[in-house]
Design a protein around this ligand. Structure first.
Ligand code: ZN
Length: 678
């Protein structure tokens, strides 16, 4: 028997310790334990909580990544709009701004106006809403009036407390700030993307935005995002007189605020600070592209007010991008998963903004032509708030006449297959392309597709390199002896892989379709197809019109899929898979008229969208329940939607359904119908 009282104490003290460790790390930058210690204690807490479900707490450090992946984000209106700030690149503008505020304030400016300088962080602006000290929602800036609610993802960010560290929290406080990705994480993310042939993020801001839009909080948790407070929205039961006072308060609650924020009394001091920080910023862990200067006192901010575009009491000074010149030596074309060919420049190494630069992406052939870049050119490269350098232009005056044009490749550099252009992008068209196949195979066996246990990326590389796998189907014909000849392959791993493949063989049509890498067909579209058709044969016979009728399918998706299904290589792939014993049957397919469980159900054959939160169900649970009653649950409201089921805090989808005149039920109505349906 475990000692329940002792465990309760231990749980409470671990929770407290881990939250303190987060604060020490993220707010005070003075870690009190190593990452390893943190993880060990987190595991201990997890196991104690598993033994004591009665002591569960939704705000426990173990529950940050508890949320299920979502199908989309709700939008919400900001209680106080999130405005953006006017920008300038010139010191004269900064001084002119200061004169304007002194004039605007008149007598109020006597005896002086306190100013605060904050490094301007190039991240994603967010509003955190705490009610009675608990984080209840996190909303992106969006258009300033309303944004996306991304609470689940934000809870997964360790630097953001889910509870304010105070016994006496205000009734409501909205803390606004920036979510940023540290440079080191950004570089790691791009390395991973480069490895799988995905386009690189141009800068940490894009990478942060991409991470926050991820529908799976686990992805967010893995990226080391930081939050830095720089403003307030709605407050109830809480008052401070100055912005600097607000930041001090927020910090005392365990919310990170900028440690380089400084208060001054004269514009000369501000100009000095802006100037000296220009170089200091390259030592920071994250990108800073300027300095925000604002009036410190909130009452003076109110008397200055705002223009239609931005507040009058603040201005952002932006540092010009750092540039350097170098020579463009070579351009190679890299092949990504979808066959995209991306031009990558190699340059004479050059030092710019704190790092040595050798490579830059040139994005696509149109971009190269627009900038008229040639091999051998002297080029200007630039790094702004961006870590990935950009090639800005060629110095045409420096040309000797020996420069060579950069040609679009006529054949794929990996397989010599044909190349086609679609918009500005070039694609390798060969279904046999090894560079593509390697990446497609990694996708095919991935967790959300065929989910082959025991088959990681390294092993995929080994199998392709050894020439054992040329088609998806070859996987299912692998033999134990062949596997044992691979480097570092023990008997146990070989048996694990074979067992994993055996299980994957019968995952069925929706997983196979999701794994094949068909354009526009991800996991959810694949499920829709598997519900609509009993097997791959029936799917291949479907007309464009039939496909267009499917929930969530539009004309473009239907046409592109139809073309894909008609192609020789797709038919060949299905045939090979079938011959290798892979199931192409759909266990999701249901004919609503034939199924006894579903006949007479009010949901049979209906396309239903679920939005908001429910008292009685999780969203996923509700979706499964409705599907079992014959509904098709989809992610977005369209003319094809029959019914919107809207819980609390429903946003954009509710509005759209109203515009389209789609029937909408609230939770009581839903519960009543479900209890009748049994
Ligand atoms: Zn190729």
């Amino acid at each position: 028997m475990t000692d329940a009282g002792g465990d309760a104490d231990r749980i409470a003290s671990l929770r407290d310790l881990l939250e303190r460790a987060n604060r020490a790390y993220y707010v005070d930058a003075e870690p009190i334990m190593s990452d390893l210690d943190f993880d060990t204690r987190l595991r201990e807490l997890e196991s104690l909580e598993a033994d004591h479900p009665e002591l569960a707490d939704p705000d426990s450090p173990t529950r940050r990544v508890g949320g299920e992946p979502v199908s989309g984000f709700e939008s919400a209106t900001h209680a106080v709009p999130m405005t953006s700030i006017d920008n300038t690149y010139s010191v004269e503008d900064l001084q002119a701004w200061h004169e304007r505020i002194l004039k605007g304030l008149g007598d109020l400016a006597d005896p002086g106006v306190g100013l605060v300088c904050d490094p301007k962080i190039d991240g994603v602006a967010i509003s955190l809403r705490y009610e009675a000290g608990r984080l209840v929602s996190a909303t992106t800036r969006g258009d300033g009036t309303s944004g996306d609610v991304i609470t689940g993802n934000v809870r997964a960010i360790r630097s953001i407390p889910v509870r304010l560290a105070t016994e006496t929290p205000p009734a409501v406080v909205e803390i606004r700030g920036e979510i940023v990705m540290p440079n080191a994480s950004f570089e790691r993310v791009n390395k991973e993307r480069e490895a799988v042939g995905e386009p690189l993020f141009a800068n940490a801001r894009n990478s942060t935005a991409g991470t926050l839009k991820s529908l799976d909080p686990k992805v967010t948790a893995s990226r080391g995002l930081r939050f830095i407070a720089h403003g307030r929205g709605e407050t109830v039961g809480f008052d401070v007189e100055t912005y600097s006072g607000f930041l001090a308060q927020v910090r005392s609650w365990g919310v990170p605020a900028n440690v380089h924020s400084k208060a001054f009394t004269s514009i000369e001091q501000v100009v000095d600070r802006v100037d000296s920080f220009r170089d200091e910023r390259s030592d920071l862990e994250y990108g800073v592209d300027g300095m925000v200067v604002r009036v410190d006192r909130f009452d003076l901010q109110s008397s200055l007010g705002a223009t239609a575009k931005a507040p009058r009491w603040a201005i952002a000074f932006k540092y010009p991008a750092e540039q350097a010149t170098t020579s463009l030596l070579e351009v190679e074309w890299q092949v990504g998963k979808g066959g995209t060919l991306t031009p990558r420049a190699t340059m004479e190494p050059v030092h710019v903004a704190g790092t040595t630069v050798r490579h830059a992406t040139l994005h696509n052939i149109e971009e190269i032509r627009r900038k008229d870049l040639r091999i051998g050119d002297r080029v200007v490269i630039e790094k702004a708030g961006e870590i990935i350098p950009q090639v800005v232009s060629a110095i045409t005056e420096a040309r000797s006449g020996d420069e060579r044009a950069i040609e679009a490749p006529l054949t794929c550099p990996a397989c010599e297959g044909g190349v086609e252009q679609e918009g500005p992008k070039l694609f390798c068209t060969s279904a046999e392309c090894p560079a593509q196949f390697r990446e497609r195979l990694k996708w095919f066996v991935g967790r959300d597709q065929m989910d082959v246990d025991g088959l990681g990326e390294k092993l995929v590389d080994q199998l392709v390199d050894a020439g054992l796998v040329h088609h998806f189907a070859d996987l299912f014909r692998l033999e134990r002896d062949q596997l044992l000849e691979l480097d570092r392959m023990g008997e146990k791993s070989a048996d694990n892989l074979l067992a994993g493949l055996e299980v994957a063989r019968s995952r069925g049509l929706s997983r196979v379709l999701a794994g094949m890498g068909i354009r526009h067909i991800g996991a959810s579209a694949a499920k829709v197809l598997a519900r609509g058709f009993p097997d791959a044969e029936a799917l291949m016979e479907a007309s464009v019109e039939t496909l267009e009728e499917l929930p969530d399918f539009g004309e473009i998706t239907a046409r592109s899929l139809h073309e894909h299904l008609a192609s020789e290589s797709t038919r060949d792939a299905f045939r090979r898979l079938r011959e290798a014993g892979v199931s192409l049957q759909s266990d999701l397919h249901r004919d609503p008229l034939e199924s006894p469980a579903v006949s007479g159900s009010p949901f049979a054959g209906k396309t239903v969208v679920i939005t908001g939160t429910f008292e009685a169900f999780g969203r996923k649970e509700l979706a499964e329940r409705l599907e079992s009653l014959g509904a098709t649950v989809t992610g977005s409201v369209s003319k094809k939607t029959d019914l919107l089921v809207a819980g609390e805090k429903a946003g954009g989808k509710l509005k759209k359904a109203a515009e389209l005149g789609i029937e909408t039920w609230d939770e009581p109505r839903l519960l009543a119908t479900l209890s009748e349906a049994g």
